[in-house]
Design a protein. Structure first.
Length: 177
């Protein structure tokens, strides 16, 4: 396949995917709106590390709905920063003493058919009951489901928090470092 043929094929595919994104009732990329958040401890640097995986199509739709007319895309730093802001606003991690953790943005990457956004913070030193609240993309998608995998405990604790349910909280007992 020549470079010009390949380029035309890619532009055609891009045009079709754009049209599909403009008419979601006609063309759905997938059936479920699900995110996966993983929290793990990095013992080398004594930090907690988060990765938030969002399906690429959901990230693109979310950006269009969060910032209409701005043309933000999941592949652009501005689009990734807007999604990171959404994560910061929709997740709440509370320590046993009531302190709210403030994870910092570390970066983002495209991985498979998703966008992964990374955060970290200094590992808290507290033992006890931590509380997690998540409403990520619940205002964007009626059937949004957020899977959270807490890999600070063995075996890992996994919870699914769904939009439209009376509560999006769960608690875990973990040691900070």
């Amino acid at each position: 396949m020549s470079d010009s043929t390949q380029r035309r094929w890619l532009l055609g595919a891009l045009a079709l995917s754009t049209i599909g994104g403009l008419a979601p009732s006609v063309s759905l990329a997938h059936r479920a709106h699900v995110t996966l958040t993983r929290l793990a401890a990095n013992s080398r640097n004594r930090r907690w590390e988060w990765s938030h995986s969002i399906h690429f199509h959901d990230a693109a739709v979310a950006l269009r709905r969060l910032e209409p007319g701005k043309g933000l895309q999941p592949v652009d730093p501005a689009g990734q920063a807007r999604l990171m802001l959404e994560i910061e606003q929709r997740f709440r991690w509370t320590t046993p003493s009531g302190k709210t953790l403030q994870p910092q943005a570390v970066g983002a990457e495209l991985k498979g058919d998703g966008l992964v956004l990374y955060q970290d913070c200094e590992a808290p030193e507290e033992f006890g009951l931590y509380q997690v609240e998540c409403r990520l993309l619940h205002e964007i998608f009626d059937a949004q489901s957020n899977t959270i995998s807490i890999e600070l405990v063995d075996p890992p604790l996994r919870r699914q928090l769904n939009a439209g349910k009376p509560t999006t909280r769960f608690e875990l007992t973990a040691r900070g470092g």
